[in-house]
Design a protein around this ligand. Structure first.
Ligand code: UD1
Ligand code: CA
Length: 454
């Protein structure tokens, strides 16, 4: 059956005590809801509808690029009412899968299993075994283990409250039957709401099979209602990504202190020290070693490269066998060939460095095109900005830039040229020669230090 996914996201999230709508609260740096949408997309459904309400405009704006249809639930009259808002856009032949914008860790594999249990005449229900099911709807089964109905905690007798199988809320049902059942929901319950969960008893009454799937780990269906639970899912997400990394062969010094927030592809024998954050799409080659306290975003790092502690690397392509840091910073769009060294307190922005070039200390390379085997001395600055325009600095193969040089762009340093320390270079320099710009050193004879007047 074609799959139609409905994500409920109209909740206000009062307990967050935040101006940001609940489903926009960040998990691994992006909104809770975007995680659910990404998982939903893995199932390749024919449509995804998001039922939104509170903070609606902000939610829609924040996720404007998401390939979903937005459905407004102006008033929150219950989960059944929320799903009903999406039904006009659902075809009778579809299977409807209901997800929640504040349950971000649900896995596509689990959902595939659930969907496989549902059909034109079958409802599938995702449940969980809990030590403490307080707050959740309870799954009432017959003596033969067949699901009979779901009872919300507030409507439950003491006997039902002792049931430890809880409702995750996630279910799959055929659209044709679901539409009919939703139309028959009533608010005669403790909360005066239209409960989606009431469709289970309706199905049973019509002899429609309700197939339960007990989720392997309840952590996967943990909902987020407050900042404590938000930190909890963040930790669970971190652990999950760290485990994937170790399964892929990485050595993690401490799996609780690595954050993988986007797609990360690694080679063999990669080592990652503590407090490293990966954001966006990152690729690490074979034997790459990342030291402690690094933030690496949208970057590719070649085989055998070492990143020493405390580096911030944003949108760089770093070649093999490079040494980076400690304390190096890459702002976007730089490209390093093999064996480049970028040392401490060096900032590199939108620059290209050729094979074996080195800039080891206290330098700014911005909009620079650096050839191979160039040595950039300590304290060199490419003066790429005149207050209005950005210009390029070219440093050709084998050039040697003395310490403290100011290279005022646009300017070109010829191949194998040497630049004297402290020079302010404003004109192109020829290859193979020493160029320097420096006031003549003088010594004043007979000069005396001032002394204090008494
Ligand atoms: C619901 C289930 C309960 C289950 C629990 C799991 C019902 C009646 N109960 O209870 O069995 O154990 O989830 O967490 O379904 N929402 C809307 N519009 C509404 C109402 C809710 O979009 O009108 C959304 C909320 O934003 C939230 C989700 O639906 O994401 C669940 O709503 P909530 O009020 O938290 O349901 P519970 O009472 O916790
Ligand atoms: Ca809830």
């Amino acid at each position: 059956m074609p799959l139609s996914i409905v994500i409920l996201a109209a909740g206000q999230g009062k307990r967050m005590r935040s101006d940001l709508p609940k489903v926009l609260q960040p998990l691994a740096g992006r909104p809770l809801l975007s995680h659910v949408i990404a998982t939903a997309r893995e199932l390749e459904p024919s449509a995804i509808q998001v039922v939104y309400g509170h903070g609606g405009d902000r939610v829609r704006t924040a996720l404007a690029a998401a390939p979903v249809t937005w459905v407004l639930q102006a008033e929150q009259l219950g989960t059944g009412h929320a799903v009903a808002q999406a039904m006009p856009q659902v075809d009778d032949r579809d299977l409807v899968l209901v997800l929640y914008g504040d349950v971000p860790l649900i896995r596509a594999d689990t959902l595939r299993q659930l969907v496989a249990l549902a059909g034109p005449k079958r409802v599938a229900l995702l449940t969980m075994e809990l030590d403490d099911p307080a707050g959740y709807g309870r799954i009432v089964r017959s003596a033969r283990g067949e699901v009979q109905r779901i009872v919300e905690e507030k409507d439950a007798t003491a006997r039902v409250q002792r049931i430890r199988e809880g409702n995750t809320g996630v279910l799959a049902a055929p659209a044709k039957l679901l539409r009919r059942w939703l139309a028959r929901l009533r608010t005669n319950n403790a909360q005066g709401e239209l409960y989606l969960t009431d469709i289970v008893a309706m199905a049973v009454k019509e002899k429609i099979k309700v197939a339960p799937l007990v989720v392997a780990s309840p952590a996967e269906v943990q909902g987020v209602n407050d900042k404590l639970q938000l930190a909890g899912v963040e930790a669970a997400y971190r652990a999950r990504r760290a485990r994937e990394l170790m399964e892929a062969g990485a050595t993690l010094v401490d799996p609780t202190r690595v954050d993988v927030r986007g797609p990360l592809v690694i080679g063999r024998d990669v080592e990652i020290d503590v407090n490293v954050v990966f954001e966006g799409t990152v690729r690490l080659g074979d034997r790459v070693r990342i030291g402690p306290n690094c933030v690496i975003r949208d970057t590719e790092i070649g085989d055998d490269t070492q990143v020493f502690p405390n580096c911030v690397i944003d949108r760089a392509t770093i070649g093999p066998a490079c040494n980076i840091g400690p304390f190096a910073r890459f702002r976007p769009s730089s490209k390093l060939a093999r064996g480049v060294h970028i040392g401490n307190f060096v900032e590199v922005k939108n620059s290209v460095l050729g094979e074996g070039s080195k800039s080891n200390h206290l330098t700014y390379l911005g909009d620079a095109v650096v050839g191979a085997k160039v040595n950039v001395g300590a304290g060199t600055i490419t003066c790429n900005y005149d207050g209005v325009n950005k210009s390029q600095t070219h440093i050709d193969d084998g050039a040697f830039i003395g310490s403290g040089a100011m290279l005022v762009a646009p300017v070109r340093i010829g191949a194998r040229a040497t630049i004297g320390a402290g020079s302010v270079i404003t004109h192109d320099t020829p290859p193979d020669k020493l160029t320097l710009e420096r006031a003549k050193q003088v010594t004043i004879d007979g000069w005396q230090r001032p002394t204090k007047k008494t």
